[in-house]
Write a protein that binds this ligand. Structure first.
Ligand code: GA4
Length: 334
């Protein structure tokens, strides 16, 4: 039996603030494409500002999610257990991973959202309206970013990635994570300052899909794994910015670019005194899509690094493994 454990923060790998690349979407397209490629090659992660997603829509999405998490447990549990979709508490996946969080995991297609809304909200039409609008907006943002990425990579088909997300059968997901403060009582020092450490909210992992678009409230917690100057690994805390979106590429994009872009490992910490909420769109292809390095990314000097696989095969493998598993390695050609 796998015994769930929650490990304290920063006991093995150093934590150090590093600069996170920022892409301003109001700048000239060619400059953005170059910056996005650079960010995805070096860190696999960046922040976008001036993204054009309506502030009112974001606030509505944030508040319907908070409203759900403030319901009594027995109400929330009507939307669970996550199998894998639905409401979950602490348990992540099916192989013993746990964290200090509760969440809603939804399929991003409109009919699935409307169906699930009936067990999530007392106002299902409003809930599904807001979630569908939000998903449409972040899907559009994801596609724009993917097109710029393809342009920066000088691919012949600059829609090669976005087509997969725009497909009617796209298997994209929306995840809403709520990290309640794990110890509200024992957190005020004599001088009145907040104190208390952090615990693993959602453990170290890479995202399996093509692209992830995250937005959180104004509470820190997200950390990305970066390589230090000596090749050592360092957890870099990402300063929260509720007005921005944070983008990371997933395993499928690493495979499709023949390893040129990095599916970055990341995690989220839960702290003892402030609730954190993050909303993540995971852009994925249809289940039957065949994923392999694009011909433009393969050359005699850079031979094909991954065997072809379908998204459905990849998903099957990922659900058999622990959260932190480096699952893409199982599909390496060398
Ligand atoms: C990590 C990224 C997304 O949150 C997620 C997660 C999924 C789940 O929570 O059901 C997984 C995890 C994630 C990868 C390995 C498997 C599956 C939990 C887990 C242990 C929704 C996803 O697509 O993959």
């Amino acid at each position: 039996m796998v015994v769930p454990s929650i490990s304290p923060v920063c006991n093995q790998t150093a934590c150090r603030a590093v600069g996170i690349p920022v892409v301003d979407l109001s700048k000239p397209r060619a400059d953005m494409s170059r910056l996005i490629v650079e960010a995805c090659e070096v860190v696999g992660f960046f922040k976008v500002i001036n993204h054009g997603v309506s502030k009112i829509l974001i606030e509505r999405m944030e508040s319907i999610a908070l409203e759900f998490f403030s319901l009594p447990s027995q109400e929330k549990e009507k939307a669970g257990p996550p199998a894998p979709l639905g409401y979950g508490v602490r348990n992540i996946g099916f192989n013993g991973d746990v964290g200090e969080l509760e969440y809603l995991l939804l399929h991003a297609n409109p009919s699935s959202i409307s169906h699930k809304a009936k067990v999530i909200s007392k106002e299902p039409s409003f809930f599904s309206y807001v979630v569908n609008e939000y998903v449409a907006a972040v899907r559009h943002l994801s596609c724009e970013i993917l097109d710029m990425l393809a342009e920066g990579l000088k691919l012949r088909d600059t829609n090669a990635f976005s087509t997969l997300l725009r497909d009617f059968e796209s298997d994209s997901l929306l995840r809403i994570n709520h990290y309640p403060p794990w110890n509200k009582n024992n957190n005020i020092t004599k001088n009145g300052n907040k104190c208390g450490g952090a615990r693993i909210g959602f453990g170290e992992h890479s995202d399996p899909q093509i692209i992830s678009v995250l937005r959180s409230n104004d509470v820190e917690g997200l950390q990305v794994l970066t390589s230090g100057p000596g090749g050592d690994h360092v957890w870099a805390p990402v300063a929260p910015d509720p007005d921005a979106f944070f983008i990371n590429i997933g395993d499928l994009l690493q495979a499709m670019t023949n390893g040129r872009l990095l599916s970055v490992r990341h995690r989220a910490m839960a702290n003892s005194y402030k609730e954190r909420q993050s909303i993540i769109f995971f852009g994925a292809p249809p289940l039957h899509s065949l994923i392999s390095p694009l011909p433009d990314t393969v050359s005699p000097a850079n031979p094909c690094k991954y065997n072809p696989f379908t998204w459905s095969e990849y998903k099957k493998t990922m659900y058999q493994l622990r959260l932190s598993h480096n699952r893409l390695d199982l599909f390496r050609a060398d």
